[in-house]
Write a protein that binds this ligand. Structure first.
Ligand code: PLP
Length: 499
């Protein structure tokens, strides 16, 4: 039974009323509801500015909502099977920081897969929490990191019964999910909080044909990018919570610490209306998109040199489940890297893909995807394959080296310690003060506080030689010759109670 209350869009409705009310604005923002002339206003129209207000009377405050924002958040929670929701106007990045900082105090242990988004590592720095990493399942054929097995999670929990929280990605960027329900039940048995990154999973709440959303699986807290897959504007996300394990006062205080005191009304309105559309039309439109995706996959599978990474393949690899609104195509048998295909698709066919890795590209399908666009995509792959399939130089198979460096201090301590840059080959036995990531599969080789061993240096060199894309906190090109380390000589290691 649908709830007719979900027809309401309390925040958007009030915002529209305010914009049309001929108010004399002596508050900010300074564009005064569009009473200025500029190029954006000329292009996008005055209405865009009419919807950009900063907490005037009647429009509530995100920092302490009691009116229309509170109502809109309640509707969001109900639509997404949560007890409570919190609107975010700086993306799931802020949601993840707030989750980690509000659940974990300094030195609390948090169990997490190594392939987490960088905001989680930053959450460790800000909170002072201590990571306990789990190895995700790695697919060397496609060159990506996938889910974590229940067994790996159980082992980590059994070995760390004092852990405060476990962090799960639902789904990964590529659409793979872990057995969240089983993990949640086990973690709760051991009194461990389950927090979830649903940057790519907002659509799960609106279709039974997709994997379970975190709230449906009984998790305590999730950060969900409505903007990525549920149709709201970029940077609009939500935190969802369920049950009694979350301290809402601390969560609210943390959010107020991290978010602007001038949250965007446009973004909040977009959350309100995206929720309504998904609630009433999500199921049918997701069914439609799954059908279109199936047809596209069947056509793509007939193209020589192209390999579709589908649910059947992933389940055979031992993955728990897969979100079929993601479309993964392995292109390296054409003799091209995913990065090449990403560029060619845009330049030659005006098709913008979501992501490229060495061997594959990722397309994200949502309720906004059309049949015509999918047909264009399939046709472009056909043309691409007919042009490049003659190339005989296949890309070499990816070889992954993988280890967990030893932790010397918490990420937070390394972040605050005095640091200096040294040449990579001189960095043996030093403590890293930065993260170095390798793409694919998007796993940090080292994070702040870990010891740079000979193997770490060897792995960084190995990936560089193989043309892998390396990213560090301080150096965004792939030429990582220097690494930032803790300056131990000038560092007084804090040995008291950790803060
Ligand atoms: C797995 C994952 N988590 C979190 C984020 C951050 O989400 P947002 O862009 O909403 O800040 C991203 C962004 O791409 C992501 O891929």
């Amino acid at each position: 039974m649908r709830d007719s209350n979900q027809n309401k869009t309390p925040f958007f409705t009030k915002l529209k009323e305010y914009g049309n009310s001929h108010v004399a604005p002596f508050d900010v923002p300074g564009h005064k509801l569009g009473r200025i002339d500029n190029d954006l206003q000329k292009f996008a129209g005055k209405k865009l500015y009419l919807l950009d207000a900063n907490s005037p009377v009647g429009l509530d405050h995100l920092n302490y909502p009691t009116g229309v924002i509170a109502e809109a958040q309640k509707l969001m929670a109900e639509a997404m099977q949560a007890d409570k929701s919190y609107f975010l106007t700086n993306g799931t990045t802020t949601g993840i920081l707030a989750m980690v900082m509000s659940v974990c105090k300094a030195n609390d242990k948090i169990i997490l897969p190594r392939n987490v988004h960088k905001s989680v590592i930053n959450g460790l720095i800000l909170s002072g929490a201590m990571p306990v990493f789990i190895k995700p399942n790695i697919d060397e054929y496609v060159g990506i990191a996938n889910d974590v097995s229940f067994e790996a999670v159980k082992k980590a929990i059994d070995e760390n019964l004092d852990a405060k929280a476990i962090f799960i990605i639902n789904p990964t960027y590529f659409g793979v999910v872990s057995d969240l329900k089983k993990i949640t039940d086990y973690a709760h048995e051991k009194n461990i909080v389950v927090m979830v990154d649903e940057a790519h999973g907002a659509q799960f709440y609106f279709s039974h044909r997709l994997p379970l959303g975190a709230m449906e699986a009984g998790a305590d807290i999730s950060a969900t990018s409505m903007h990525k897959t549920a149709g709201s504007l970029t940077q609009s996300s939500v935190i969802l919570t369920k049950g009694e394990r979350i301290d809402h006062q601390r969560l609210r205080a943390t959010l107020n610490m991290l978010q602007s005191t001038s949250p965007s009304s446009l973004l909040m309105a977009s959350l309100d209306v995206a929720r309504k559309t998904m609630y009433f039309h999500g199921k049918a439109r997701i069914n439609n998109i799954l059908q279109l995706a199936k047809i596209a996959r069947e056509k793509l599978k007939t193209i020589p040199g192209i390999k579709v990474i589908d649910k059947e393949y992933l389940l055979n690899q031992g993955c728990f489940d897969y979100d079929e609104t993601k479309l993964m195509v392995k292109v390296s048998d054409l003799g091209l890297s995913g990065f090449d295909v990403y560029q060619i698709m845009k330049k030659k066919y005006n098709i913008q893909l979501e992501l490229a890795e060495s061997h594959m590209v990722l397309c994200v399908l949502t309720i906004g995807t059309t049949k015509q666009d999918l047909e264009r995509l399939v046709l472009a792959f056909k043309k691409l394959a007919s042009e490049y399939n003659k190339i005989k130089d296949k890309l070499p198979k990816i070889e992954f080296r993988y280890q967990f460096p030893e932790t010397y201090v918490r990420p937070r301590d390394a972040y605050h310690a005095p640091k200096h840059l040294i040449k990579l080959e001189d960095a043996y036995d030093e403590v890293s003060a930065e993260s170095i990531m390798i793409y694919p599969p998007g796993i940090p080789i080292i994070i702040p506080g870990e010891v740079i061993t000979e193997e770490v240096v060897r792995d960084i060199k190995f990936y560089k030689e193989k043309g892998g894309s390396l990213q560090s906190d301080i150096d965004n090109d792939t030429d990582i010759d220097y690494v930032q380390i803790v300056d131990k000589e000038n560092w007084i290691k804090y040995e008291g109670d950790l803060i």
